[in-house]
Each structure stands twice: as structure tokens, then as C-alpha cells.
Design a protein around this ligand. Structure first.
Ligand code: NDP
Length: 258
């Protein structure tokens, strides 16, 4: 029942494309307020404009306030400044969606070619950014005695695959952090969820196989990957459960993947 999301405020990192953008749009339609965070200001602005249109079209009167914050979650100082950049009428965030993430920045990842991979950048974004932002918001949530942290993990955080060592390591770290936080916040009204998507076609797909266009072309041969809105719908569902229900983790595959 998404009516529980009416007038709620949601902060989404990585909201300029893919799963984050699709999630922002669905929360907008559901009558929530959304704070969109990412590095690309122009892309954030287009998603925010789309949110305004989606909210208007939905006819819902609650929510409909949107703000964009340009920030690199890999940068400690920029993460620390996010809270101060939230407009005062959106300061009371109800749901934090830690979605910003990177896969393979240079070519295809091979553990043997580790020098070629931006290991620090990937950890700083996928793990440190997520942890630091969670620390900031859990403090807020504790003070208000409510809140929900939703972390984007991956199937890659449950089972490592050849050639994905660094990405898998970041997602295993997300899963460990999520699991620990869940236990730490037991007996509080603060909820903690890890979303673990399988293959989703987003900008990730292009980035993931940069330098190997043949593989990029064939990776989805004979299969239908998930689309960003498939994951966004699950995030909305998780966030709209009754306050006493916590979905601790959710693994979502396309039917052709296991
Ligand atoms: P996209 O590449 O489409 O989106 C990633 C988003 O993260 C962009 O909005 C990007 O915006 C933002 N981002 C990346 N680095 C940073 C940073 N340092 N600071 C702030 N924002 C950043 O990918 P997806 O939508 O596919 O991925 C979203 C999440 O889902 C990721 O955590 C990913 O690991 C996870 N996931 C994806 C799967 C897939 O198959 N697509 C499968 C399993 C999990 P900008 O460039 O403007 O900063």
C-alpha cells in the first residue's frame, strides 16, 4: 500500500540515471518528496523535472517537493556536506536509498590486471560513501525515532564470479555492513534493507563492458534482463510496508538468471 509513502521524504544517491532515477520517479508518483543526489548536475536536473511532471500527472496532492544535490559520494567532505545542502522543508528525511555505485571503470575487470582497475574509486563509492551517508542518517533517524535505510547490494555480494573480484568485494562489504546494521538497530523503529538485483540493463551495462563492445553486445543474448523500474518497484514496496515490518533483504533476478 503505497499510500504510506504520501508526504514522506526520500533521499536517493545515484539518482541521475538507471535504478536511482527510476526509483525517484516512482516515489514522485506515489506522493513523496525526493532529494536526488549524484555528480552530474544536468542529468539530475532532467530527472528532477521528470519527477515534477510525474507527480503532477499522478494527481496526488501530498509530496511533490524535489531537490537536487550535486555530490560525489566517494568524497568524504562532500558526503559530510549533504545534510546541510538539503532545503529546510525537506530536512526530515524518512528513507535513505544508498544506490550510487560503480562497476568497471576501465575495460573489463580482471583480478590479474588489478593495476588497471580503479580499486580505490570503486570502494570509495560503493562502500565508503554508503557507510558514511548511513552513519549521518542513522544519527538523524535515532534522534527522530524513525527512518529506513535501503542499501543497493547485488547478487555479486552473495556469490563471487570470475573477473568481478573488486566489484564483488565491494558488494560483499555492503552486505556485511547491512547485516551488522540490521542487528545493531534491532528493537528500534529504524528499518534496514538490502536490495540485491541480478542483471539490470542500465548505464551500467555500457560502462561495464567499455573496451569490449563484442561482449557488451552479446551479454544479454537469449535473455531478457531486468529494467530499472523492476528494481524501483521493489524499493517502493519495501519502503511502503507497515512500520512493524522490515524486509531485511531482497534478491531479484530476471527469469533467465539464477
Ligand atoms: P547506473 O550507472 O545507471 O547509475 C549509477 C548511478 O550512480 C548514477 O546516477 C551515477 O550518477 C551515480 N554515481 C556513480 N558514482 C557516484 C559517485 N561517486 N557519487 C555520486 N553518485 C555516483 O547504474 P545502475 O542504476 O545499474 O546501478 C545502481 C546500483 O545498483 C549500483 O549500486 C549497482 O551496484 C547496483 N546494481 C546494479 C546492477 C545492474 O545490473 N545494473 C545489478 C546489481 C546491483 P553520476 O554519474 O551523475 O554521479
Amino acid at each position: 500500500n503505497v499510500s504510506r509513502l504520501l508526504g514522506k521524504t526520500v533521499l536517493i544517491t545515484g539518482a541521475s540515471s538507471g535504478i536511482g532515477a527510476a526509483t525517484a520517479l516512482l516515489f514522485a508518483k506515489a506522493g513523496s518528496n525526493v532529494i536526488l543526489v549524484a555528480r552530474r548536475a544536468d542529468a539530475l536536473k532532467s530527472v528532477a523535472d521528470a519527477c515534477v511532471a510525474a507527480h503532477k500527472e499522478s494527481g496526488v496532492t501530498q509530496g511533490g517537493k524535489f531537490a537536487t544535490i550535486q555530490a560525489d559520494v566517494a568524497d568524504k567532505e562532500q558526503v559530510a556536506s549533504i545534510l546541510d545542502k538539503i532545503p529546510s522543508d525537506l530536512r526530515a528525511v524518512d528513507v535513505l536509498v544508498n544506490n550510487a555505485g560503480q562497476v568497471f571503470v576501465k575495460g573489463i575487470e580482471h583480478i590479474g590486471d588489478i593495476a588497471d582497475i580503479d580499486v580505490e574509486g570503486m570502494f570509495a563509492t560503493n562502500v565508503l560513501g554508503l557507510i558514511r551517508l548511513t552513519q549521518i542518517f542513522v544519527k538523524e533517524f535515532k534522534a527522530r525515532n524513525s527512518g529506513h535505510v535501503i542499501n543497493l547490494g547485488s547478487v555479486a555480494g552473495r556469490e563471487a564470479y570470475a573477473g568481478g573480484g573488486i566489484y564483488c568485494a565491494t558488494k560483499f562489504a555492503v552486505s556485511a555492513f547491512n547485516g551488522s546494521l540490521l542487528k545493531e538497530l534491532v528493537n528500534t523503529p529504524i528499518r534496514v534493507t538490502e536490495i540485491q538485483p541480478g542483471m539490470v540493463e542500465t548505464e551500467f551495462s555500457i560502462v561495464r563492458f567499455r573496451g569490449d563492445t563484442d561482449r557488451a553486445k552479446t551479454v544479454y543474448d537469449g535473455m531478457q534482463p531486468l529494467v530499472a523500474s523492476d528494481i524501483a518497484e521493489e524499493i517502493l514496496w519495501v519502503a511502503s510496508r507497515p512500520p512493524h515490518v522490515n524486509i531485511a533483504e531482497m534478491l531479484i533476478f530476471p527469469v533467465n538468471q539464477a
